[in-house]
Design a protein around this ligand. Sequence first.
Ligand code: UDP
Ligand code: MG
Length: 329
Amino acid sequence: MSGVPELSVVIPMYNEEAVLPALVARLRPALDALGVSYEVVAVDDGSADGTASLVDDLRIEWPHLRLIRLRRNSGHQAALTAGLHRSRGGWVVSIDADLQDPPESIGDMLRLAREKNLDVVYGVRGDRATDTPFKRNTAGLYYRLMRRIVGPDLPSQAGDFRLVSRSVVDVLRRMPERVPVYRLLIPSLGFSSGSVSYTRERRAAGETKYPLRKMVALAWDSTADFTAAPLRLATWLGMAAFTASLVAMVFGLVVWANGTVIPGWTSLFLAVLLFAAVQLICLGLLGEYVARIYRTLQNRPAFHIGSDSADTSAAASAVPAQRTPATMP
Ligand code: UDP
Ligand code: MG
């Protein structure tokens, strides 16, 4: 496709071959009905299944579809970054591949943004009844914590289904952060915003690509990116330990003055253990932030783009995109 489309739809995909046919069947009519020029930017996040080759096949039927391949799995937020940075549309929507966010809401977002002249429209999950209780509870905890850290402007229950204007994308592209947590960063920029509420549906096919490990990583990234409060834990623990040791000193002096002999070993041993643990925790916290400073200074790219069907449309027909075998050796 040539020229600048009015709308880009960015979809990070990691091993999503099972859901792709259903996604296209719902997304395409929804986008065609909008009557705007658009591109769909599928970012293949180093899938090990046939996601990339399937998207490539689908492009024959659907020329609006664009495939960006990352060289290896770099994570949801990194794939989102690649898609946002490379998108060309005047408006950019990000949406998951698994149809948990309804593509039909994209039209509502665009209308709202145009009518009210907004730069950001969040998709807010009004109903998460189809999520597992575990996911609902952990998500509830996450959004409560993040509202405390980032502030009350943060829309709660707004994930990565949102529409942003080109001005927002331009600001995001200039951010020095490697991989920001967009759901926190975008609200913190203070652009005019609105929201569209929707019902979170069940994943249409395939399995979640967010195991507990990645959920915990996202929560820690979110915390450490927006507050240095955990570092202050060291100060608080230090003060508590100091107070405790003052009390212990008084106790020790009183006992000494009374001439009672203290066996002492247990208490000494426990104190050494306790203070060693506290110090290690605080050192670890310091290390987390130092690591962030180091990574920022290194300024290494968070992802490497293997190919972009929009760059190589001439070459792509001559050299077909490399096929990934469906089964791992
Ligand atoms: N995803 C990705 N890279 C990853 C993990 C996930 O691009 O390393 C994509 C995935 O294909 C999906 C989106 O991120 O489009 C959200 O993942 P998922 O739906 O599995 O998360 P959940 O809804 O279970 O939190
Ligand atoms: Mg999902």
